[in-house]
Write a protein that binds this ligand. Structure first.
Ligand code: C5P
Length: 225
């Protein structure tokens, strides 16, 4: 049984926020807790997968049996994912990647301007990590993304799936205050180009187990084609 476990598919999961430096002491980030990505990593490990968690800064402990690669910025997260891509069977993007980073990071701490002119930060777009992996020459067999929406959840998630070239989207309605971000609970819709399946509100741990089971089934079905 132990040998069988080590031979399960290789799963790479991104989780948490990214942190985009402004200067040596400041950064731009978001409120992602990383809970959903970590729960998916624990579930995948329990289901016999070899799991690497590429994680932005979080307060969470690494699930046992999971390999964690710690990163801060989106560019570091992309580099870590690319270094795994050739060995990855299933890629799951649960991270809340900052859409923008500073065009130039200041080498020294920025000083407050005495002229009270305010401060303008010059931002450039970050790479789209999941889209880059999905379009890679050594594309994993299954690429899964998350879509946090506040309206037309299914339609927007399906459009995102097509635009990024993904196999599956896990969509959640973040306008509902009971679920999402720092919550321990979530409710989602699993979306592929052919079907949609709703998962009612439940703990992120239980939900992660159900989603990972679906993801592994999709991976196995694809393999046998
Ligand atoms: O386009 P949007 O940010 O809503 O897409 C969300 C999905 O794309 C998530 O799976 C997220 O992890 C992934 N993403 C990414 N790299 C980015 C932005 C989003 O991997 N730069």
């Amino acid at each position: 049984v132990g040998v069988q476990q080590a031979q399960g598919p290789k799963v790479v999961i991104t989780a948490g926020p990214t942190r985009e430096p402004i200067d040596p002491v400041r950064y731009i980030s978001n409120h992602s807790s990383g809970k959903m990505g970590y729960a998916l990593a624990a579930a995948a490990q329990a289901l016999g997968c070899q799991v690497t968690l590429v994680s932005g800064p979080t307060q969470l402990a690494c699930p046992s049996g999971v390999t964690r690669v710690d990163v801060e910025s989106a560019e570091q997260m992309l580099a870590a994912c690319l270094s795994e891509v050739a060995q990855t069977d299933i890629f799951i993007a649960a991270a809340a990647v900052a859409d923008y980073r500073l065009a130039e990071v200041a080498v020294h701490k920025l000083k407050k301007d005495q002229s009270q002119q305010g401060l303008t930060l010059n931002l450039v777009e970050n790479p789209d990590i999941v889209a880059t992996i999905a379009q890679h020459q050594q594309r994993p067999a299954l690429v899964v993304g998350f879509a946090a929406e506040t309206q037309k959840v299914q339609a927007y998630a399906l459009a995102k799936l097509q635009r990024k070239g993904l196999d599956m989207m896990i969509a959640n309605d973040v306008s509902n205050p009971e679920i999402g971000f720092h919550s321990d609970h979530n409710a989602v819709t699993l979306i592929t180009k052919d079907r949609q399946q709703a998962f009612d509100i439940q703990s992120k741990k239980e939900l992660a187990h159900q989603l990972m089971t679906e993801i592994l089934q999709a991976y196995t079905n694809q393999e046998s084609l």
